[in-house]
Design a protein around this ligand. Structure first.
Ligand code: SF4
Length: 154
């Protein structure tokens, strides 16, 4: 997996103070996408074991408490990203007690395959669905268009 941006402290993408990772790779090609540069899987920078360790350490850094981890992109649930994302969310689940995990994906919850569902089983919130320009509404919080749904899973 590659990624485009990592923000160790972020107050925009999800509730509270968070760590946020924008991964590479998206097949949805939504007209009006705000993040077109992330579409290619091989764009950005390789996501290394060191980056994974850094995220775990940042989430556990008591000097600047984080509420959790936000994963966006691109699409964290692109089939080729799923193995790396599953490993990351498994570690957060096991090594960062009390931290929540939010994922933004262009897929709908009900159309996820078994591998994608393994990821979703470990997270707290999934914001799903493509961005639809005609349904764009700047007053929405944590989603760009009104068709997208914030699923509070656990
Ligand atoms: S799912 Fe998100 S990143 Fe992918 S094309 Fe749509 S708006 Fe862009």
């Amino acid at each position: 997996m590659n990624y485009h941006q990592y923000y160790p402290i972020d107050v925009v993408n999800g509730p509270g103070t968070r760590c946020t990772l924008f991964v590479s790779g998206c097949i949805h090609e939504c007209p009006g996408c705000y993040n077109k540069s992330t579409w290619r899987l091989n764009s950005g920078t390789p996501f290394t074991p060191e980056m994974e360790d850094r995220i775990i350490a940042d989430l556990n850094d008591t000097r600047a408490p984080r509420q959790g981890l936000s994963l966006s992109g691109g699409d964290p649930l692109h089939p080729q990203n799923v193995p790396a994302i599953l490993q990351l969310v498994t570690r957060v689940h096991n090594e960062c007690p009390g931290k929540d995990i939010w994922i933004w994906t262009g897929y709908k919850l009900e159309e996820l395959d078994e591998a994608q569902r393994q990821v979703v089983d470990l997270i707290n919130v999934l914001v799903d669905g493509k961005f639809v320009q005609d349904l764009k509404d700047p007053s929405l919080i944590w989603r760009g268009s009104s068709n997208q749904v914030i699923h509070h899973l656990r």
